[in-house]
Design a protein around this ligand. Structure first.
Ligand code: TXA
Ligand code: MG
Length: 320
């Protein structure tokens, strides 16, 4: 397949996965589903391939990337686990948890995945397609969400094509992602565990293993996922709205007969998380004057949902 014909969407069947693995091994970019969102993957050991991710996304700076591996043993070859980190991995992997840990001296990883930090974010995805791709490729895969920088994370293959066009060499279609929200990112400060990005595993679930999580420090942005405006639709977002004003479309949560879209009529936070990005995208496509969003409770997955909503509502950053 030539690079020109690529960005083709292929079903994530045996042949599609074999083709995707071959593209990754020769330094190409493959968008693929994980259980959270679609990732734009490259061989994490190949500097040029990792650099191509930043180019494809149009990232304004080298944000560090998550390295995906097939299992804990593969992760142990790349980063140094503390006892607590290992306990978290055993509890939540495979699954939507990312651990930021010290990079091992001999790790066969492009330095660019760490963007100048001495740590690497690693995760073992639970998605069946991601697992098969990691096995077929036989290498760690660096993958940010498969959207252009600043846009909403994609939860379907069609979203990826819409956002990245032909910048991926291949898009593997595994249907809509299960969680619809990115992984929870944890870092470590001494013995303490720090929530760097709320995500698909709720704080409460993690705190059952770690005890109370520390807040990430606000002076230094230790995780660029914390940048204020990051997950931004074009339309202006108004949060905690009871109803839509003229020209606005209403994104509902709970009973809302006037909602243009409803995250979850029954008020189920898991359902809301899975719908969040796809619905923001659908409403944004109508070019409304604004999107009014009904309040979402802050408990459980609500913390991550509200985090993404606040970012989407924040004034746009000026790029350096
Ligand atoms: O669910 C997910 O995590 C998806 C799928 C594809 O796995 N990936 C994803 O990647 O959301 P990305 O690049 O969009 O977000 C990665 C997050 C960012 O907030 C980044 O700053 C943080 O992880 N991160 C990565 N490496 C880090 C490091 N060494 N130190 C601190 N934060 C790091
Ligand atoms: Mg992202």
């Amino acid at each position: 397949m030539s690079a020109i014909e690529a960005a083709e969407i292929r079903p994530a069947d045996r042949a599609g996965i074999a083709e995707a693995a071959a593209i990754l091994r020769r330094g190409g970019l493959v968008a693929f589903p994980t259980e959270t969102v679609y990732g734009l993957g490259a061989d994490a050991g190949n500097d040029r391939a990792v650099a191509a991710i930043f180019a494809a996304k149009g990232r304004p700076r080298f944000n560090p990337l998550i390295v995906h591996v097939a299992d804990l043993a593969a992760a142990e070859r790349l980063v140094a686990f503390s006892a607590l980190a290992r306990k978290l991995a055993q509890q939540f992997w495979p699954g939507p948890l990312t651990l930021v840990l010290p990079r091992r001296a001999g790790a066969t990883l492009s330095l660019l995945v760490s963007a100048g930090l001495d740590t690497v974010a690693v995760r073992v995805p639970a998605g069946a397609v991601a697992q098969k791709l990691l096995t077929a490729c036989g290498r760690p895969i660096a993958a940010p969400s498969a959207n252009a920088s600043g846009e909403i994370s994609p939860t379907t293959a069609e979203h990826v094509r819409h956002s990245l066009g032909k910048k991926a060499d291949l898009i593997l279609d595994g249907g809509a992602t299960e969680h619809g929200l990115e992984s929870t990112v944890l870092g470590f400060r001494g013995d303490a565990c720090v929530l760097l990005r709320p995500g698909a595993i709720a704080r409460e679930e993690i705190e059952r293993v770690t005890g109370p999580l520390e807040k990430a420090s606000t002076e230094t942005i230790s995780s660029p996922g914390q940048l204020a405006s990051h997950y931004a639709p074009k339309a202006r977002l108004r949060l905690n709205a009871a109803r839509a004003l003229p020209g606005e479309l209403l994104l509902g949560f709970g009973p809302a007969p006037d909602a243009a879209c409803n995250l979850s009529e029954s008020g189920d936070l898991q359902e809301a998380a899975a719908n969040l990005f796809a619905m923001l995208r659908a409403l944004d496509a109508e070019n409304p004057a604004g999107i009014a969003v009904m309040p979402v409770p802050e408990s459980g997955l609500g913390e991550a949902i509200n985090d993404r909503l606040r970012r989407a509502a924040a004034p746009r950053e000026t790029l350096p």
